[in-house]
Design a protein around this ligand. Sequence first.
Ligand code: PBG
Length: 337
Amino acid sequence: MQDKTHLVDEITGHRRMRRNRKADWTRRLVQENRLTVDDLIWPIFVIPGTGIVDPIPAMPGVNRMTVDKAVEAAKMAADLGVPALATFPNVEMELRDETGSNSLEANNLINQTTAAIKKAVPNIGVITDVALDPFTSHGHDGILRGNEIANDETVDQICRAAVMQADAGADIIAPSEMMDGRIGAIRRALDAAGHQQVGIMSYATKFSSGFYGPYREAISTGGLLKGDKKSYYIDPANGTEAIRDAALDVEEGADMLMVKPGLPYLDICWRLKEAFGLPTFAYQVSGEYTQIKAAAMNGWIDGERVMMETLLCFKRAGCDGILTYFAPEVARILAKA
Ligand code: PBG
């Protein structure tokens, strides 16, 4: 019965949202989205050498690892149930050049990493990026000709790099360089080389973002970058353009789509999932990770709680999974729950 001394009217009083929130068991019963270990992809950074685990100052808790240590990390991730890794190489400066030619060495750092991980831990998925930024002396994702990133020439090169990555054992090729026409071209190149089973996760909507800062420190591209990437990444102001760009990737044969960065772009996650229904992933990028870690280390937020909340929010926004540097930490928490 409505207490007439209160201002809540009778009609409103019948509709009490709090009934379903009143106890732990009702809350569990009505929970719409859940985060599981199956939702996690763990990006890792690899360096040349052996036996080294090198902390990245701008990403507290994240390390660069030599291939042997990356294999150990892959085993640990597989034991925790993490389905897949995404690998990023910090290539020696002497090997970087104008065209990123080291991307075409069959035994380069990224391919060595893939081969070693697939040999030791065959059941974890390995996702490799074909962007040229780890390999170029100017830090751009493509081949620089004058002041231009040469689209079609870059696509030709990343197709060859993609085939080599697949030869090394990569399960999914994830092109992040935002060149036009790359998805169809990579699909054709992979198929022609007999890699029909190798998938493509398109960084379909990659925005020109300040949130990539710590990543550039992690693979030492920040100091190299001449200018910016605005002529190929998407303007953060543009949602409809992002959907058009993703539509091309779907048409060209992408198996999965990705939105990057993650949390500031949840509207794009939702729109992509609604528009295409493809498996859709968000990349919670380095700057997003660092924000949470830094605030937590200062005691300003509850880091674990915020970490779990952000990841759940990706699920609510329609994502099938998340690339996150938190993956092992989250997997451990989920295993205890
Ligand atoms: C570039 C690339 C970027 C990231 C991964 N590959 C962005 C950039 O350096 O411009 C960012 C990942 C992160 O911030 O966590 N191909």
